[in-house]
Write a protein that binds this ligand. Structure first.
Ligand code: BTN
Length: 321
């Protein structure tokens, strides 16, 4: 499928005959492949009698070689898929198979993208970044402390550098513009965190997506925020460089070194919020985070500390944003 997509990616017309010659198949086999591709990716193919086939607009696909060169100081082996259930799930499978770490999985499309708290992550073809890094962690609970918040900082640095200056963080690891979600982080851990474990850092960034009826929360994308389309290869390479840098500093100094930077980028700092737990809703004012990334909330006269992947924050004054 990738070869056929690459041939068509310039957005120009290509005759069935030429495509057949390039692929070494018959014209009718080309037609079948195009139909299959349309069904699998949702990418529309225009067919005009006498001229051939073309995509509605040029398509810049992820390029493994370009990415490897674009982040040459980052020693991660890179795997790029056209379609996968979930890049996190694939990373977990490669961990289970004993693949050498670290590795980076990217996909053009996810058929079962996973979000936090059991949500689905909508992942249309060739529009966004679906990005998972798998790391081996040897005997260091400390290396996991605040890790998902730290990843949020690396994503934010990448977005600001790309010119999306309105993006900020929401505890624990959402990236928002205003109240609209632009990117999310999902960490999955396997093994024994006190001994040897593997962590998969899953990052989803809405890059060039402009419509998506299936998303069940307020969302935005880099393209919607800035009015331009972004090169996902360049973005992924910059993300790799920033993430690599933040991870190395975190290993050396711990999350405490990033507490102030994180709070400075927290959109809901000092805001009245509702913290939703599995069984409870707690009202308070956000004081900040602690040295391991737990939320510090003023509840009545006390400052209480909360942590855990299933917690979620809501603002209590929607009208003022
Ligand atoms: C969230 O709910 O905020 C987290 C979303 C994380 C989505 C990314 S996309 C790449 C990786 N693979 C997945 O299945 N999920 C994460």
């Amino acid at each position: 499928m990738r070869t056929l997509l690459k041939l068509l990616s310039d957005g120009e017309f290509h005759s069935g005959e030429d495509l057949g010659v390039d692929l070494g198949i018959s014209r009718s086999a080309v037609w079948k492949k195009l139909q299959q591709m349309e069904a699998e990716t949702g990418v529309e193919i225009h067919k005009v009698r006498g001229r051939g086939y073309r995509l509605p607009s040029p398509l810049l696909l992820l390029d493994q070689q370009w990415l490897q060169n674009g982040q040459s100081d980052v020693d991660w082996s890179i795997h790029v898929y056209d379609t996968i259930d979930s890049t996190n799930a694939e990373a977990m499978r490669l961990v289970a198979l004993g693949s050498s770490m670290p590795l980076l999985i990217l996909a053009e499309q996810q058929t079962a993208g996973r979000g936090r708290r059991g949500r689905k992550w909508v992942s249309p073809f060739a529009e966004n970044l679906y990005y998972s890094v798998a790391l081996r962690i040897d005997g260091g609970m400390r290396q996991l402390e605040g890790l998902s918040l730290l990843v949020g900082l690396a994503v934010l640095r990448t977005l600001h550098e790309a010119g999306v200056s309105g993006a900020g963080l929401k505890w624990p690891n959402d990236i928002l513009v205003g109240q609209r979600k632009l990117a999310g982080v999902l960490l999955e851990i396997t093994g024994d965190p006190a001994d040897v474990c593997h962590v998969v850092i899953g990052i989803g960034i809405n890059v060039n997506m402009r419509t998506a009826e299936e998303v069940d929360q307020a969302w935005t994308s880099m393209a919607l925020e800035s009015g331009i389309n972004f090169d996902r290869n360049r973005l992924a390479a910059r993300l790799g460089i920033h993430l690599h840098h933040y991870l190395a500093a975190h290993r050396e100094k711990g999350f405490g070194a990033f507490q102030a930077e994180w709070e400075a980028n927290h959109l809901w700092q000092n805001r009245p919020v509702m913290l939703l737990t599995a069984s409870n809703a707690i009202e308070g004012i956000v004081v900040g985070i602690d040295a391991v990334g737990a939320l510090r909330l003023r509840v009545g006269e006390q400052v209480k500390v909360f942590s855990g992947g299933e917690l979620s924050l809501r603002l209590r004054e929607h009208s003022s944003l």
